[in-house]
Design a protein around this ligand. Structure first.
Ligand code: OXD
Ligand code: MN
Length: 611
């Protein structure tokens, strides 16, 4: 298919403009076919970038440039019309100035390369909750990853028609090729981090990315479209685009509920979404592990997973921590920045077994003696980068729910927020109202474990709704949007259909620094309590901070003593008083008068109840 074959006039004009600006050798409109996937992979292998894995059919390992290993938060911009609209949690550049800078960078940037045009759907094609994006990129690695992570191709163009809405996404790795030059095994990107740009134009719903080829910086459907731009669309259109997993929970009677959960990065969201319950008779199935798009229909909130694959963090993933993820990555996967064993398989720290063979090649391509354990090394560099990833088709997950692609979405009964907190925050807590639940989302935070981040180790980094890196507008307004949707549902007589809201903490530590709760599959005990709460079961006590489990409502897992269990579900009054003042002085204060008054009211209410 050629540019001239595009039937959507605006799309055709935009693609032609991009081709004239970036001057690629060739333009390819992606059709999403297996042939296209295979030929793109072949081109990547021929360029020395992809390494076929002997142990995993149709799977490949890529090693990126050391400058290009994670989302570049300091180079991520929300170019709203003024700084206030972007808010205190986002980097802002004037959109006119940013477009000028980036247009200059884009000029001629695809010389010697193919410009791929990827029409993709976030969400099942044609779903009324889904949206269409088109990504222009000069990276075949992006093409193959987008094939797994989204729905690509002609069927998307058919839905788009001649005048449908799409989010235009431009991406370049910023590495033109001279005649006769090839990548020759070197990951192409702009190695100077300060020259990378991950830019969002919320007023025109556009994304421009330059200089990085990795993950969320380059696969623009994920964080850029499905969260940053979608959060703006959701604000404008009255729905929710959230950094949430979606899971299906079935109780021993076969009754089903769907829950959506937001946990900051590195709190085990993917593990929770694919959990294997230890509680007999209960079943967890996954709908999505990272993003949820939700719309009200007849007063009930329905969610879809806009993605079609998992872009999961590899280190730490093992049969023990996430059996279902390990089953999902047996074939047809892309691995990035993992180790390579001498028998042709991937390896990473905490994969559950030591690296086989005498040597292993680390993520930088250096041969190293095989570690004798799978532990994270105390000194020296790990074999896999800490942000090494697998890209896996969601349909390969053994616990994928049969309805995961239902275009209508699934009805959500509960929201779960949570973070990594060594003290104060109980194992589980249910909000007393929608607004109290929004308060809970707004105070979400995790403790900093490494002192390297210029923050006091042990101090809490607030990540409201786990959306700080992903909200495309002022977060004060984002809280107001959540409050508004709840009030609207209540005003329409649908308050009882609103999801119940919970806050969890799997990471409490005792005085000796040991985790008090085993987590993983044992979290099913908490999910089952939530399930019963949604049915109005009398298994909670009302406290100053919310509804906590009655003393025997959650049976302690093996190894958790009754006094520890009691500690996990009690109100730590002194801790909460400190929490309240930290929220008021260090967190809410950042948002100035954009912070909804209702949230200060919640804070006052809890403070009074604790007194
Ligand atoms: C992710 C993240 O990659 O949240 O999903 O950082
Ligand atoms: Mn995420």
């Amino acid at each position: 298919m050629k540019i001239d074959d595009l039937k959507h006039a605006k799309l055709k004009e935009w693609v032609q403009w991009a081709a004239d600006l970036m001057t690629p050798n060739e333009v390819v409109i992606c059709d999403g076919s297996k042939e296209e996937y295979d030929s793109s992979i072949k081109a990547l292998v021929d360029a020395g970038l992809g390494i076929p894995l002997k142990k995993r059919p149709n799977s490949y390992l890529f090693r990126s440039d050391p400058s290009d290993v994670a989302r570049a938060e300091s180079r991520t911009f929300i170019a709203a019309k003024n700084k206030d609209e972007a808010g205190p949690t986002n980097n802002w550049i004037d959109p006119v100035e940013l477009k000028k800078t980036m247009t200059d960078l884009y000029r001629g940037c695809m010389k010697g390369r193919i410009m791929y045009v990827i029409p993709f759907s976030m969400g099942p094609v044609g779903s009324d909750i889904a949206k269409i994006g088109v990504e222009i990129t000069d990276s075949a690695y992006v093409v193959v990853n987008m094939h797994i992570m989204t729905r690509v191709g002609k069927k998307v163009l058919d839905v788009l028609g001649t005048d449908g809405f799409f989010v235009p996404c431009i991406h370049s790795i910023a590495k033109p090729l001279q005649p006769g030059e090839s990548d020759g095994g070197k990951w192409p990107c702009e190695p100077d981090v300060n020259k990378k740009y991950i830019s969002h134009f919320p007023d025109t719903y556009e994304i421009w990315s330059y200089g990085s080829g990795y993950g969320g910086n380059a696969l623009l459907g994920k964080k850029c479209l499905a969260l940053r731009i979608a959060s703006v669309l959701a604000r404008d259109e009255g729905w929710l685009a959230e950094h949430m997993l979606i899971l299906k929970l079935t109780n021993p009677d076969g009754k089903v509920k769907y829950m959506a959960g937001a946990l900051p990065s590195a709190c085990g969201k993917t593990n929770l979404a694919m959990l294997v319950p230890t509680l007999p008779g209960w079943k967890v199935e996954v709908i999505g592990d990272d993003i949820a798009w939700m719309k009200f229909k007849n007063g009930q909130l329905y969610a879809i997973n806009p993605e079609a694959g998992f872009f999961g963090v590899a280190p730490g993933t093992s049969e023990q921590s996430n059996y279902n993820a390990m089953q999902s990555i047996k074939e047809n996967c892309i691995f990035s920045n993992c180790g390579l064993t001498d028998d042709g398989d991937i390896w990473w720290e905490q994969i559950g077994y030591p690296a086989p063979g005498k040597t292993v090649i680390d993520w930088k391509g250096n041969e190293r003696p095989s570690p004798q354990t799978d532990k994270v090394p105390k000194e020296g560099e790990p074999i896999a980068h800490v942000n090494a990833r697998f890209t896996a088709p969601a349909k390969q997950c053994p616990c994928i729910a049969s309805e995961w692609e239902d275009p209508a979405g699934v009805p959500i009964s509960a929201f779960l927020f949570g973070g990594r907190r060594a003290s104060t925050i109980p194992l589980i807590n249910q909000s007393k109202s929608w607004i109290h639940g929004v308060f809970m989302g707004s105070i979400t935070g995790s403790e900093i474990t490494a002192a390297a981040l210029d923050l006091k180790a042990g101090s809490v980094r607030r990540d409201p709704f786990a959306m700080v890196p992903f909200c495309g507008y002022n977060m004060g307004d984002y809280f107001a949007h959540w409050i508004k949707l709840g009030k609207k549902a209540e005003a329409e007589g649908n308050g009882d259909k609103l999801p119940k809201i919970f806050f969890c903490n799997w990471f409490r530590k005792d005085a000796d620094g040991h985790f008090m709760w085993p987590g993983f599959g044992e979290n099913s005990r908490v999910l089952s309590w939530m399930f019963d709460r949604c049915d109005g079961k009398d298994n909670a006590v009302e406290t100053a901070i919310g509804f906590l489990p009655k003393p025997d409502a959650i049976t302690a897992p093996e190894g958790v003593k009754p006094e520890v269990m009691a500690e996990l579900i009690k109100v730590d009054t002194a801790g909460w008083k400190e929490e309240i003042s930290s929220i008021r002085d260090e967190h809410y204060a950042k948002f100035g008068d954009r912070l909804p008054k209702e949230l200060y009211d919640e804070l006052d209410k809890i403070e009074k109840a604790l007194a």
